[in-house]
Structure formats: C-alpha cells, structure tokens
Design a protein around this ligand. Structure first.
Ligand SMILES: [Zn+2]
Length: 277
C-alpha cells in the first residue's frame, strides 16, 4: 500500500475481491463434496488459503465501510413484488445466488448475496404447483373423465355431520350456522370438474361466533352447551380455542377433503328439511 503506483483499494474493489474469492471457495466446497478431486490436483490448499483471505477481507471491509446513511431495508412484501433489488442497499445490478449447505434440503429457499453492499439473505420461494407430468418413458400423463366415478363428484353423505339440504340437517337445533356449498373433492383437478355449482357441504353450528382473520382464516366458536368436534374429526381446536376453517388462494373454504366456493352465515330457525336455508 505504500507503493505510490498502487491505486487505493476502494470499497468497490474490496467488494469485487470478496465476491471473487467467495465464488472460488464455493466452487472448491462444491467440488470437494462431489468427488474430492480438488486435493488430487493440488488446488485444495490454495483455496483454503483463499478462505482465510476472504475472512480477513471481510473484516477489513467491515472496518473500512463508511458510516452509510441509515436506509430502511425494503420490506419482504415489497421485495417479493420486485425481487431484482437488494433489500438492504436498494441497488439491483449485482445480486448473486450462493451456496449455503444449511438450505441444501429445502428447494424453496434460495440464498442470495448482494455484491454491492455484501449483505446476504435467503429468498423464500412459493410452490404454485407442478407442470408437464410425464411417465417413465417421457410420455405426458393425462386423465380423462373415465378415470373418475360418481363417488369423486359426490358430496359428504351426512353420516358424520349434517349436510345442507339433506335429511341429515332436518333436526338441527335453531341457531347460527355457517353453511358450505358449491363444493368439489380436493383430489379432482379443475379440468375434471363438472361445469356446475358443485355439491352441498356441512351446516356447522350452532355457533356463538364466526371471526375472520386476514380474509383467509375463519374461527368458529360453538354456542353454549354445543360442541363442533364432530365437524372436525381430524382437526382439533387450535391453541386459541377455536375450530378453524382455512380459505385457499382461490377463495375456497377447505373442509374434510373438499373445497367450497361459497359459505353463508345464517340464523337457522329449525325449519323442515325442504326449507332449510
Ligand atoms: Zn445490497
């Protein structure tokens, strides 16, 4: 550094050096995992040394970093809308994926490093579904209507809980009920669903209260002296003492292997079956 012909190492240069070394280290670690051939060609020690440089450089970088004006990080939601910019320094031209063995088993996490400010974070990805399903020979797997029977299109039969507009709902005590309808079986894909209003689902009640949180979480409380347990055989009360109904991304309520496009919350006065609400 005392040589006058040596240009000063700026924060940008130091950054670039750190990125280069880090990639070299990653490459080394990756190859070591693969087949240990790095040591065979004598590169191992050099890269290990590079690892030490990286640590040292990072320490210098930390000390040399100017006291930057405090910027608020971009929120996670803002970043998700436009993941091209560093959440910390807001620049968008130098984001690089990097390897972090901590996340090797999670395909929905992608570690990212900003080459501009050096900060790291992990992208949390969301799986929407799968595409292009093929069999072992590479042929597309398609389904036809013949692959489904009437049972795939039938609603709940009323034996476990009362179902709207069926005899099972005839003797319900008067009270407040949430009724699910416009239903289909979860396992039936969109392309295989009939173009109709689906089947009727449970009348859940009598209720004391229905609370909706964030438009996608319905919390039900039974009226005094009643239990909702038989409506939720595999889903006990949550920690807050509610029974839950979750609304999926398409706006359907999920219940007992079915999804329902509509729900109503009505006072049911105890009418005969033919006039149930
Ligand atoms: Zn940054």
């Amino acid at each position: 550094m005392s040589d006058p012909t040596t240009p000063p190492i700026t924060a940008e240069i130091l950054d670039a050096i750190c990125v280069a070394i880090e990639f070299a280290v990653q490459e080394y670690e990756y190859r070591q995992d693969e087949d240990d051939f790095v040591d065979d060609v004598g590169m191992g020690d050099d890269i290990k040394k590079a690892h030490q440089w990286l640590t040292a450089a990072a320490a210098i970088q930390q000390k040399a970093a100017p006291a930057a004006a405090k910027r608020h990080p971009i929120t996670s939601a803002m970043y998700a809308e436009d993941p091209m910019y560093c959440p910390n320094c807001h620049t968008g031209d130098n984001l690089q994926p990097w390897n972090d063995s901590e996340y090797d088993d999670d395909p929905l996490v992608r570690p990212i490093r900003c080459g501009n400010c050096g900060c790291k974070w992990t992208d949390r990805l969301s799986l929407i579904g799968y595409e292009d399903l093929r069999d072992a020979k590479g042929e597309p797997i398609t389904e036809t209507a013949e692959d489904y029977t009437d049972a795939d299109y039938a609603g709940p039969d009323g034996s476990a809980y009362p179902v709207y507009m069926t005899p099972s709902a005839k003797d319900l005590p008067p009270g407040l009920y949430i009724t699910l309808w416009n239903g289909y079986r979860e396992h039936v894909p969109l392309a295989m669903r009939p173009d109709d209003w689906g089947f009727n689902g449970p009348m859940i009640g009598p209720l004391d209260n229905v609370q909706t949180t964030y438009g996608q979480h319905l919390k039900l409380t039974a009226a005094d002296g009643y239990s909702l347990a038989h409506y939720f055989p595999d889903r006990p009360k949550n920690d807050e003492g509610f029974y839950d109904l979750i609304v999926d991304v398409e706006g359907c309520v999920i219940h007992d292997g079915c999804r329902y496009g509509d729900w109503t919350v009505d006072y049911y006065a105890g009418k005969p079956e033919a006039d149930t609400p």
